[in-house]
Design a protein around this ligand. Sequence first.
Ligand code: AMP
Length: 211
Amino acid sequence: MKKNVVLLGPPGAGKGTLAQRLASELGYLHLSTGDVLRDEVARGTELGRLAKEYMDKGELVPDEVILSMVKEHVGDRRGVLFDGFPRTLAQAEGLAGIAPVDVVVYLEIGRDEVVRRLSARRVCPKCGAVYNLVTQPPKEDERCDRCGEALVQRRDDTPEVISRRFEVYLRDSAPLVKYYEEKGILVRVDAARSPEEVLADVLRALRNDCP
Ligand code: AMP
């Protein structure tokens, strides 16, 4: 049976890249709350206008806003990869009322590596593909391999906002490691490696019905 999987870890741990690959490998739904919010911002919706205030500063969008958004996207689906959600204990408790969580993959990585990665991250504004100028550069100078669009840097990948996002992660999201560990569903993965190595470990864990 398809599982519901939470990808946990600081910004820059590689949650998005891993989720994209897992989604195509397993036929799961990739639900990135950050991507949904960025889309709302781009479309200038009421939710987008509200979310932008928080996102530009590296702060978290209020729990109740996130929970109703997630509920709407998940419906009664199974086989969902939650990327960037939950980010607080209140969100984790809210999620329990929306969908069961089978496995939590915790991508472990240090602060220095996160800062290095996020500073070199580039994204395609058209198709959402993610690159890293150092470790995963596009084939052609700062253009998307898939659709040829010029790559951009995310508004919140600036040094000050990266630093704030990391602090917010330590304060609000790191406690989720213990929360899910106590439930016996947490798998730790060393994320300071190549996306291929991380993907292989995670697929093995999911297929072995770990933990
Ligand atoms: P991400 O793409 O996951 O790094 O998210 C980018 C920004 O969107 C975060 O810094 C938050 O401002 C907001 N955001 C994304 N997911 C959540 C969430 N689960 N709870 C609160 N804010 C979120």
